[in-house]
Design a protein around this ligand. Structure first.
Ligand code: CUA
Length: 339
């Protein structure tokens, strides 16, 4: 009881910190920072403008009618003029909405086609994003990098445009990749590959989330896109390509980790751990969150996670391994060294 209430308190504290850090906040759809998002934004402005005009006209007529024809004196018993079967009025209220819908449809179709048919530059960064319940596997086949939950892409500038081309797939159920400031939603469907692209023109971290209900922890399937100047991106990629850190002082911690069933699901590059069922851990501590955005990635949180992942993200596929405290110390010490 004591330890579970302590855990609850700890989780509450991290939740507060998480909110402060904006772990769960969603990007502003009115502040697009890439071409596909800009296209969607322009269509939405047109929609909002047309809807606002309709609102003003309909609301105006309604208000005018209420005020102008309100009951001013006692009912004189006369029936107001009854208008029905007027061809002119019926044609007007059929044709106008049809024209409005046509304009909206064509504007939307043009935006969709422009984004989907954009010719990709030969040097586009190829990334494969695979949805899992409930995390994102991210692979850079040309760079030989495998990571999770954080998509790093280079900044696109007028002088040096950079496009990241995403190939989307799913390992289980349907998910949807949505980072509002960068692009519209694209589904990840098992057995059916979808594609999308982004050319972010603002450096920084852009938050997104899964936008297709995919089970209990759908709301905790968050994605972070880290946009950095090309030099920083290259530095990140070079570090990710290296084999996982291996410190002599952590030799026994490493062998403890490798002796446990962790390695059936997780991979750590340069070691016998080659599991692919869970997130790749080679550079775990280079990522900002645990559990796909569930909590900040600190050593204390990592310990709580390894101790009982179900208490932090109920229903996720990592079981409570029932480690004793010595094993827990060693596994956490080893994992925390994977920068
Ligand atoms: Cu994955 Cu919702």
């Amino acid at each position: 009881m004591g330890s579970s209430s302590r855990l609850a308190g700890q989780l509450f504290a991290t939740a507060v910190v998480a909110c402060g850090q904006g772990l769960h906040s969603v990007g502003n759809i009115f502040d697009p920072q890439a071409t596909p998002a800009e296209s969607a934004y322009n269509v939405s402005l047109l929609m909002l403008a047309i809807c606002a005009a309709i609102f003003v006209v309909v609301g105006g007529f309604l208000t005018f009618t209420i005020v102008r024809y309100r009951g001013r004196q006692k009912d004189d018993g006369r029936e107001p003029a009854q208008v029905y079967g007027s061809n002119r009025i019926e044609i007007a209220w059929t044709v106008i909405p049809v024209l409005i819908v046509l304009v909206l449809t064509m504007a939307t179709a043009r935006a969709v086609v422009e984004v989907q048919n954009r010719r990709m530059p030969a040097d586009a960064l190829q990334v494969t994003v695979i949805g899992h319940q409930w995390w994102w596997e991210i692979r850079y086949p040309s760079l030989g990098i495998v990571t999770a939950n954080e998509l790093h892409v280079p900044l696109s500038t007028a002088a040096k445009p950079a496009v990241a081309f995403l190939t989307l797939d799913s390992a289980d159920v349907a998910h949807s990749f949505w980072v509002p400031q960068l692009a519209g939603k694209t589904d990840l469907i098992p057995g059916h590959v979808n594609t999308m692209w982004i050319d972010p023109r603002q450096a920084g971290t852009f938050l997104g989330n899964c936008a297709e209900y995919c089970g209990t922890q759908h709301a905790n399937m968050l994605i972070r896109v880290i946009v950095e100047p090309p030099a920083d991106f290259d530095k990140w990629a070079a570090a990710q390509k290296l084999d996982a850190a291996s410190e002599p002082r952590l030799e026994s911690a490493q062998s403890a980790f490798l002796s446990l069933s962790c390695i059936n699901c997780h991979a750590v590059s340069g070691t016998p751990a080659k599991g692919t069922f869970g997130p790749d851990l080679s550079h775990l501590m280079s990522r900002a969150t645990l559990g796909s955005g569930r909590i900040p990635n600190t050593v204390e949180n990592l310990r709580a996670w390894v101790k009982d992942p179900q208490a932090i993200k109920h229903g996720n596929l990592m079981p409570n391994m029932q480690l004793n405290s010595r094993e827990l110390d060693e596994v956490v010490a080893y994992l925390a060294s994977l920068k």
